[in-house]
Design a protein around this ligand. Structure first.
Ligand code: ADP
Ligand code: MG
Length: 353
């Protein structure tokens, strides 16, 4: 079944002399929840707009459901859409807003009524049919936009920062809801966000964009654990990136300390040794030496409740962040304490600077 499949083949967009999307290729399977993640200006919205047909690609092809849609206008693409600034119509009430994609297609009245009721039930807005935008909270308006996007049962839905305007709790609630609805309807979702946590929790796969290109693409855990570049490492969560260079089959780090790195992890001869704070173990300095260890001194501690974050100064002035679970019997280290850090070879990688 190719109905819900999406592909971009070498898609490029230029504005004047600036190339804002540079030869992007990707293939998304029917029913997949796929996220474009990246900093502001990296080309996420432009990529989504080319899928939607609002922006024409200068080069490359846009394939939807196995068909070449590169030159088909937005109406002919049969997509559902939720955009952050694609507000609901103020002169229409909730039911009329949600019905809109069906009324423009002149669907039979009875069918429209049934579909609208179903969509409102899914976003938990049954009973709000006759309200107008000004009588709804931001979260409720966003749900109306979501109901409008799914009312025609599109196989593919595009969402551009749909939760950007909502506060943290509501955002989390809506994330769960969007995920649940997309699963229930078996829709392919292409989701845009600059929020890494949102991307990690919601996606089957994430493409991280950097200046108009896909820097890396893969399941959340894979890109988080095995970033190919310091850009991806630093964008997707906290990362320690220590000056280091290749030394035979090992890595030389701060103060000449030697590290073993995971298989295939010596991506560069000279660069940055990558290790996530939660993969670093901290212990009292007296604890034994060994592979992949660094001596240091605690500079700062942040008590985050379930986790204690240590900033530890290591040789040559570098600072390593270490997250220690505040579990039963956890021993806390205080600022000034000498400590020893260590980590497993498979958890660190030498990345190009
Ligand atoms: P993102 O959604 O990742 O923040 P955009 O796709 O909106 O990024 O923009 C990517 C780049 O393209 C930005 O530098 C932006 O200024 C530029 N850009 C977007 N739309 C236009 C336009 N219509 N004309 C000129 N430049 C544009
Ligand atoms: Mg954008």
């Amino acid at each position: 079944m190719t109905e819900g499949s999406v592909a971009l083949e070498g898609v490029t967009k230029r504005y004047g002399t600036e190339t804002v999307v540079a030869g992007v290729s990707l293939a998304i399977a029917p029913g997949e929840f796929f996220t474009l993640l990246g900093p502001s200006g990296s080309g996420k919205t432009t990529t989504l707009s080319m899928l939607a047909g609002f922006v024409m690609a200068d080069e490359g092809r846009v394939m939807l459901g196995g068909q070449d849609m590169t030159h088909v206008p937005p109406r002919g693409r049969g997509l559902g859409m939720v955009f952050q600034n694609y507000a609901i119509f103020p002169h229409l009430n909730v039911a009329e807003n949600v019905a809109f994609p069906l009324t423009v297609k002149r669907a039979p009245k009875a069918e429209i009524a049934a579909r609208v009721a179903e969509a409102l039930e899914m976003v938990k807005l049954t009973g709000f049919e006759t309200r107008y935008a000004r009588q709804l909270s931001g979260g409720q308006q966003q749900r109306v936009a979501l109901a409008r996007a799914i009312v025609a049962h599109p196989r593919i839905v595009l969402m551009d920062e749909p939760l950007g305007a909502l506060d943290k709790n509501l955002r989390y609630h809506m994330q769960v809801e969007i995920k649940e609805i997309s699963r229930r309807l078996g829709m392919t979702v292409i989701y845009v966000t600059h929020d890494q946590e949102e991307a990690l929790t919601m996606s089957d796969r994430i493409a991280i964009m950097e200046r108009g290109r896909i820097a890396q693409m893969g399941p959340p855990r894979e890109v988080y654990e095995n970033p190919d570049s310091s850009f991806v490492a630093a964008f997707l969560g906290e990362a320690n990136l220590l000056p280091a260079r290749r030394d035979g089959q090992a890595v030389a780090g701060p103060g000449g300390a030697r590290f073993q790195a995971g298989a295939g992890a010596l991506a560069s001869a000279e660069g940055l040794l990558f290790i996530r704070p939660e993969k670093v173990t901290i212990s009292a300095a007296a604890a034994g030496e060994g592979a992949n260890t660094l001596p240091g001194q605690v500079r700062h501690t942040s008590f985050l409740g379930n986790v204690v974050r240590y900033a530890v100064e290591v040789p040559e002035g570098a600072v390593v962040l270490c997250d220690a679970a505040n579990g039963a019997g956890a021993v806390l280290h205080a600022p000034g304490d000498p400590v020893r850090l260590n980590w497993r070879a498979e958890d660190c990688r030498l990345l190009a600077a």
